[in-house]
Design a protein around this ligand. Structure first.
Ligand code: NAD
Length: 355
């Protein structure tokens, strides 16, 4: 039996509710696939600030680095919005990613046939969409210096070094080799110097992957093309802010932000998390969709542990729950046979795994 240590960072808002369902599903898959998971909880976000005065206590980094992977819910909420920037939950998350060195954020967007009517786009446009956004996560304008604020002026700096671009580009090309061998690199090279470097370096790295077809696209065009014809994309390689925006846009191809998982990987351990936030508007009501987090747990099995059969089992159980017509509230008006709570959805998926 193989054993894995998982750090659970539940966070704020719906974070605890959705992580609990992912754990339920992991326990189900463990019993079927002869795996053993041990969990250690650690605090981050507003809940950490309330208890320790710091949105990212040192212990959370220690627990995470001593684990094989981190499963993370979400942080944030209006309660903490007026704190000084470094005390806010979001600062804790940015610091967490930087400390763990998770420079590559992988965000798959797959349209389930069962939810074809849930997208705001026509079924002919979205049927069969299966793309992967590879977003640089710990560089670019969210981290660049100088940054600052006066009464009448605010400024941030978009910076990328050659090394940062090289490592994220390698990730994108390696992933493309396992898919349909197409990478579209998204930048704003017609305006930004940093994007000109990005384009040059991505082109250089591509020479090491002659089987992969590389194309380049400006980010404004990419935002438009993603809606016009999303099936043209396989791997979309991009920087931090462009990837943040494009991957949320891609999520709506799929019908609900509550469906989309992500993996943040680097040279140490990976962080597996839904792409959505802490959804304070629905927290505590038992109506959040846990599928994004359960899919993130599947990505953890696949990318961190190489447990492909177990990951496939989770993915199949999610698909089965959807094809049987089970829907959480966010998808209730789309071909639902039964509307279920967060916890019921977790149990249904766990049951399909065990059958
Ligand atoms: P959000 O993603 O939390 O919510 C946006 C909308 O999507 C809301 O209407 C919400 O109810 C809905 N939603 C989100 N997840 C859902 C789910 N699983 N099931 C059903 N509906 C879901 O974004 P927001 O409202 O802009 O931000 C709320 C807080 O989350 C803020 O404090 C923000 O800073 C934080 N945030 C955290 C992360 C993170 O932890 N990675 C990411 C984004 C935002």
């Amino acid at each position: 039996m193989k054993s894995y240590k998982i750090a659970l960072v539940k966070g704020d808002g719906i974070g605890p509710e959705i992580i609990d369902e992912a754990v339920k599903v992991l326990d189900a898959v463990a019993s079927c696939c002869k795996l053993d998971f041990s969990y250690t909880e650690a605090l981050m976000g507003g809940c950490a600030y309330d208890i320790t005065g710091d949105p990212l206590p040192e212990e959370t980094i220690t627990v995470s680095l001593n684990s094989d992977a981190v499963l993370f819910g979400a942080i944030g909420g209006t309660k903490w919005d007026n704190l000084p920037r470094e005390k806010r939950p979001e600062s804790g998350l940015l610091r967490f990613r930087k400390e763990l060195g998770v420079y590559a954020n992988l965000r798959p967007a797959i349209v389930y046939d069962e939810l074809i009517n849930a997208s705001s786009l026509k079924p002919t446009v979205i049927k069969g969409v299966n793309l992967m956004v590879v977003r640089e996560l710990i560089g670019g304008i969210y981290f660049g210096e100088p940054k600052g604020r006066t009464e009448d002026k605010g400024w941030n700096t978009m910076v990328y070094t050659r090394d940062e671009i090289v490592r994220i580009a390698h990730q994108a090309f390696k992933i493309a080799m396992t898919r349909s061998k197409r990478v579209c690199s998204i930048d704003k090279a017609n305006v930004l110097d940093v994007s000109q470097l990005w384009r040059e370096v991505v082109t250089e790295v591509s020479k090491g992957y002659p089987e992969v077809k590389l194309s380049h696209m400006y980010v404004d065009n990419a935002a438009m093309q993603l809606i016009r014809d999303p099936k043209q994309f396989d791997v979309m390689l991009t920087g931090n802010i462009f990837g943040d925006i494009l991957s949320d846009e891609a999520s709506m191809l799929c019908g609900s932000i509550g469906l989309l998982p992500s993996a943040s990987i680097g040279d140490k351990i990976g962080v597996y998390e839904p792409i959505h936030g802490s959804a304070p508007d629905i927290a505590g009501q038992g109506i959040a969709n846990p599928i994004a987090t359960i899919s993130s747990a599947s990505m953890m099995l696949r990318y961190a542990f190489g447990e492909i059969a177990a990951a496939n089992r989770i993915d199949a159980a999610i698909k089965r729950a959807l094809s049987e017509g089970y829907r959480t509230q966010d998808l209730a008006q789309f071909d639902a046979k039964e509307v279920c709570s967060t916890s019921e959805m977790g149990s249904i998926i766990a049951n399909y795994i065990q059958r």
